[in-house]
Design a protein around this ligand. Structure first.
Ligand SMILES: Nc1ncnc2c1ncn2[C@@H]1O[C@H](COP(=O)(O)OP(=O)(O)OP(=O)(O)O)[C@@H](O)[C@H]1O
Length: 334
């Protein structure tokens, strides 16, 4: 079980326990390839109220699937998800509704979020109508207020999504997610589709909204430079598992022990750590083809791999102050 800072008497917003999501079926015929994809493979995480967590890892490591499980958009294969102290993974849609309001998701782009035939105002009102019965005038006031909060003119509510710039779209996206005043916001690559000049503005906006509304974020990103803006802790995923958890985000590239985390952070050298991005060359990106059947999930790429790594799966163990790592050789990486 993975514990994070404040585990003593803290109120946890979200807890997952051995959460798994497997796609596909086991092939019965001998010699055929196993068609199961272990997108999320036993993730136990806790997020304390107000202590936003970044989930990082390369493409295909399971970050989005984890976010979808938490948001109730996918059902887990195994494990539990507790939100505000209640297990929610088996709730029927009707019973999950109150949690859905508290648990919003911001996606990479507004594609699929805004109906192109609705104005921005109509889209935001539709979300409110599902949860907040009010008079028409009150809806209009609430729409104007949230648009202003995210830095958009209230008159923008009359526009369609096709009439907004990328940055304006993402602000409208954020307005739509925050109008219900959720407690946990899952941000899945919230700035990766934007120009560099706009990214910082949107990250600062997320940070401001966090303070103003007392939000907690689960930030899903492959871009390390986004992390310190909004998060206080970071979990690194590889092949559906959390391989390292560090309860700080200021100098994680120096603190990391896991060989995979080190590789991620070293892959693009930069003197300014905020410019460091996760990136691999093309050969390193093909991870699922080399998935290990037993032992450490990282064994096929690890220069420290020994016989033990091929047999025994490393548990997450406490390696430092609120720092957990799943590697038999982490002592050598200190
Ligand atoms: N609906 C699905 N059916 C089958 N496999 C899926 C499905 N959704 C995701 N996967 C697989 O699960 C694995 C994890 O995918 P996921 O999208 O969660 O990774 P990710 O870390 O978010 O990657 P990216 O940053 O590229 O979005 C991948 O191998 C992916 O192909």
């Amino acid at each position: 079980m993975l514990f994070c800072k404040g585990d003593r008497q803290m109120e946890f917003l979200l807890e997952t326990d051995h959460l798994k999501k497997y796609y596909g079926k086991e092939t019965a015929s001998k010699g055929s390839r196993n068609s199961i994809v272990k997108a999320v493979d036993g993730v136990s995480l806790k997020i304390e109220k107000g202590r936003s967590l970044a989930l990082i890892g390369e493409s295909g490591s399971g970050k989005t699937t984890f976010g979808k499980l938490v948001a109730g958009l996918e059902k887990p294969s195994e494990g539990t998800i507790s939100f505000l102290g209640k297990e929610v993974q088996n709730l029927k849609e009707r019973d999950f509704r109150p949690f859905r309001r508290e648990l919003q998701m911001i996606f990479q782009s507004s594609n699929g979020v805004f109906d192109p035939t609705y104005t921005i105002g109509e889209s935001i009102r539709e979300v409110m109508q599902n949860y907040m019965p009010m008079s028409p005038a009150e809806y209009e006031d609430a729409i104007d207020e949230i648009l202003e909060k995210v830095g958009l003119e209230p008159a923008m509510k009359h526009r369609y999504v096709s009439q907004l710039s990328g940055g304006q779209c993402q602000r409208a996206n954020i307005a739509r997610a925050l109008v219900l005043r959720p407690k946990l916001v899952i941000c899945d690559e919230p700035v990766s589709s934007l120009d560099f000049s706009i990214r910082k503005q949107i990250l600062n906006l997320l940070n401001d909204m966090q303070e103003e509304f007392g939000l907690t974020y689960l930030l899903i990103t492959h871009d390390l430079s986004n992390v310190p803006y909004v998060c206080k802790a970071v979990a690194i995923m590889y092949q559906g598992k959390v391989v390292e958890y560090i309860d700080r985000t200021d100098c994680i590239w120096q603190l990391a022990f896991h060989p995979y985390t080190k590789l991620l952070f070293q892959s693009i050298p930069a003197t300014d750590p905020r410019k460091r991005k996760i990136g691999m060359n093309d050969t390193e990106l093909h991870i699922s083809e080399t998935a290990a059947v037993q032992g450490c999930c990282y064994q096929n790429r690890c220069s420290l791999c020994t016989k033990k790594c091929k047999i025994e799966e490393p548990e997450l163990v406490l390696a430092g102050d609120e720092h957990w790592v799943a590697c038999h050789h982490f002592e050598n990486m200190k």
